[in-house]
Design a protein around this ligand. Sequence first.
Ligand code: CA
Length: 202
Amino acid sequence: MVTAQPAPLHTHYNERLCVDGAGLDQSGLLHKTGFNADTWQVNYAGPITHPTGGIEGSCWIEFDLGTTYEISKMWVWNLNYAEGGTDYTGRGLKDVSIQCSTNGTTWNLLTTTTINRSTYGDGSPYPHETEIDFGGVNARYVLVTPSLTTGWWNPAQYVYGLAEVRFFKKGIASDINHNNTVNFADFGTLAGEWLKQEYWPQ
Ligand SMILES: [Ca+2]
């Protein structure tokens, strides 16, 4: 689940669009650009502070991963679209604070960092261009707060946001059912997958 403030610029710029894979191609690696390109976008609305996160910024977006994971990294496809030959990569987020929490009320600052401006200003599909190291921190909630003054690349643009993010947990290659334990239950899950009809010749 994902929540953000202020409200999106339009319903078709809802924050869900930066976590649900919308806009990515079949490989899951390239995000489309262009108008209405399945991105989250907000209008600058003055200083804003998360109810519990405590950092004043220009907006905030909170990702609820559903359960606590050891998070290894986060990929970011920054907001990027070209419209009528104009490069709008300046609407991408720039300086952000990233806080983590296991309960949604007590937050720890992970890092303050800069999200790269997309280099694909020509409107072509583009890969994630920022990887943020989470170092295996335990978190269920991740809160991103762009700086009030340098939170996005082009200060003349008062609209900004993200195209897509993806979180990775610390890997256990044999943890087939993703419960952070490797045991016989994983073998059962794997066997079940093999026995599905679609894996066998017709
Ligand atoms: Ca998207």
